[in-house]
Design a protein. Structure first.
Lengths: 317, 260
């Protein structure tokens, strides 16, 4: 059976290559920091299932230390120049978009075929994980197609991938760390405490008020923290799971998906989300650094209201 | 008895983020502190955190697409996206931005987040095109109007990507939702979550499009009102935009803020 371990191994090998190429990259003054960071990611993906919980914990502390104390540098792997890219773009035209579509198409078609034909009955792929397996397959096919079509240097996919992952830096690991924080919160009983508190404040059995507090809470926490990823585990642990899903039997998929989107409405309204709101104001040389936020509030508030109503009507059908 | 002190972890996250401390450290300290306050020993807390991180490795799977996107960028993917945007024809600012909104939502829904963005497309293409459309229709713009057109250009990019990307099944937020709910025993497939991003995506398109059409009407009204009109300060040459930024908006080290 194809399990997630196969996908972890593939991603692990990719990160191992990033680590190796980083270590050899003399143009990056912090190359050893990058090599150690991506090396630890590779180790986690390749061997995490066998390292044991405590060693995995030390591994996370290592990642947090390397990322937290800015030991990673921005690399400049060999790539094409602006002029070369413009020339390629001109020559290849809109066909250039097609390989990018291979990944979502493979994931979508693969998942549908697997689930709606007898193929799925064979138990070839770990249950509920087929989309990720097809995603990996799509990425491999896309790389294969690009090799055949454009004949890049053999190491180019890994160097170009490293260029992008280094541009993201430690932030690439943050969502996983936030999810782990959510698990620790749950184990420590944070959700129970807030759930009990919310139950004391919100009138017993008022589903609508609970949805309202959840939606507004997602937006407010997102505005304070600057991103919905950090707010989601907190609000899910506090209100989403204990009250909306467990007490009132709301559909977990709706509560989760639209709850996150309620948080995105908060992102539109906060200077804490600097890269979305303040950086463009600077790039566009706006006099008012909050100009972009002001242009977004009129969309964010009605959309937040829509999200709250959507959760109320769709999760409690 | 309820142990209210376990809420200290949330406080650490809020204060740490507000003080702009490094999120990797803030999150780690919050996790360790919460575990210790809940009465667990240091080894037990580190093990719990390690197990939780390991159980959530699925979130790292999204990066498997980077070699493909990087390779396409090597052959001019961003330049191609820019060419497509440049070819957009629309009579008014509002309609131009509506077309861009639709394109941004649609491509984000296919997982193509980094082909457009503030440094890649808004600053060099969308904002100048929007200003040009406004000037063609309403004559020279006063400063406030020019500012508003530029701000709406950036806002349209944000709305498009935020409320398009969650339709894609392998985006970080979808997997984070899935993994958080799995902690409580609700095991969902990515499609079951992504499908519920569709109603909000439609609502976002309708609400923001309506506001863009209102912007057209406001521009027409203010053009009719203004007797004197001083030309808006044009954007300085695009060479001042940081080039070769890749998909990252702004500096790489501030990359944590790339997540909505």
């Amino acid at each position: 059976m194809i399990t997630m371990q196969w996908a972890y191994a593939l991603a692990g090998l990719m990160f191992a290559a990033f680590a190796l190429l980083s270590a050899l990259d003399r143009s990056n003054a912090k190359r050893l920091g990058n090599a150690a960071f991506w090396g630890l990611m590779a180790l986690s993906l390749l061997a995490g299932s066998w390292l044991g919980d405590f060693v995995n914990g030390l591994l996370v502390l290592g990642l947090a230390g390397l990322g937290g104390f800015n030991l990673l540098g921005r690399s400049a792997p060999p790539s094409t120049s602006e002029a070369e890219r413009a020339a390629w773009s001109e020559r290849l035209g809109n066909r250039l978009f097609l390989p990018a579509l291979i990944i979502p198409a493979t994931a979508l078609i693969g998942t549908l075929v697997y689930n709606y034909t007898p193929l799925g009955q064979q138990g070839l792929i770990e249950a509920k994980r087929e989309t990720y397996i097809f995603l990996c397959l799509g990425a491999l096919i896309a790389v294969g197609v690009l090799y055949a079509w454009l004949r890049p240097p053999a190491v180019a996919p890994l160097q170009e991938g490293r260029r992008l992952i280094d541009a993201i830096g430690w932030a690439a690991v943050l969502p996983q760390l936030l999810a782990a924080l959510g698990v620790v919160f749950a184990a420590a009983g944070v959700g129970t405490v807030i759930g009990d508190g919310a139950r004391a404040v919100i009138p017993e059995g008022s589903v609508f008020l609970t949805v309202l507090v959840f939606g507004l809470g997602m937006a407010a926490f997102t505005m304070i923290m600057g991103n919905a990823f950090a707010a989601f585990p907190v609000m899910a642990t506090a209100i989403g799971v204990p009250l909306l899903i467990q007490a009132y039997h709301g559909d977990p998929a709706v509560v989760g998906a639209i709850g996150m989107l309620a948080g995105f409405c908060g992102t539109l309204m906060t200077p804490m989300a600097a890269n979305f709101n303040l950086v463009p104001a600077a790039l566009l040389e706006l006099k008012d650094q909050n100009g972009v936020i002001k242009a977004q509030i009129g969309t964010a508030i009605p959309l937040l209201a829509v999200n709250i109503l959507l959760i109320y009507f769709l999760a409690f059908r | 008895m309820t142990n209210y002190l376990v809420l200290a972890g949330i406080l650490i996250v809020v204060i740490g983020f507000a003080l702009r401390l490094n999120p990797m450290l803030v999150v780690t300290v919050a996790a360790l502190a919460t575990g210790l306050i809940a009465g667990k020993g240091p080894v037990e807390v580190i093990s719990l955190f390690g197990k939780a991180f390991n159980d959530n490795r699925i979130i790292a799977i999204v990066w498997i697409v980077l070699p493909v996107i990087g390779l396409l960028e090597r052959y001019g993917l961003q330049q191609r996206a820019a060419a497509v945007i440049r070819a957009m024809r629309a009579a008014t600012v509002g309609r131009l931005l509506i077309v861009y909104l639709l394109a941004r939502q649609g491509t984000a829904a296919l997982g193509l987040i980094s082909i457009a963005g503030h440094p890649q497309t808004v600053r060099p293409l969308v904002a100048p095109m929007a200003l040009a459309a406004a000037e063609k229709e309403h004559g020279a713009l006063d400063e406030d109007t020019g500012e508003r057109v530029k701000a709406y250009s950036a806002a349209t990019d944000n709305v498009g990507v935020f409320f398009g990307e969650d339709i894609f099944i392998a985006i970080g937020s979808i997997i984070l939702i899935q993994q958080t709910l799995a902690t409580y025993g609700y095991v969902l497939a990515p499609f079951e979550l992504a499908i519920w991003a569709v109603p909000t995506a439609i609502a976002a398109f309708l609400i923001h499009s309506a506001r863009l059409l209102l912007l057209d009407r406001r521009l027409a009204a203010s053009a009719a009102r203004s007797v004197r009109a001083e030309p808006v300060e044009a954007l300085s040459s695009p060479s001042s935009v940081r080039k070769g930024e890749g998909p990252s908006t702004g500096s790489g080290r501030a990359g944590e803020e790339r997540r909505p």
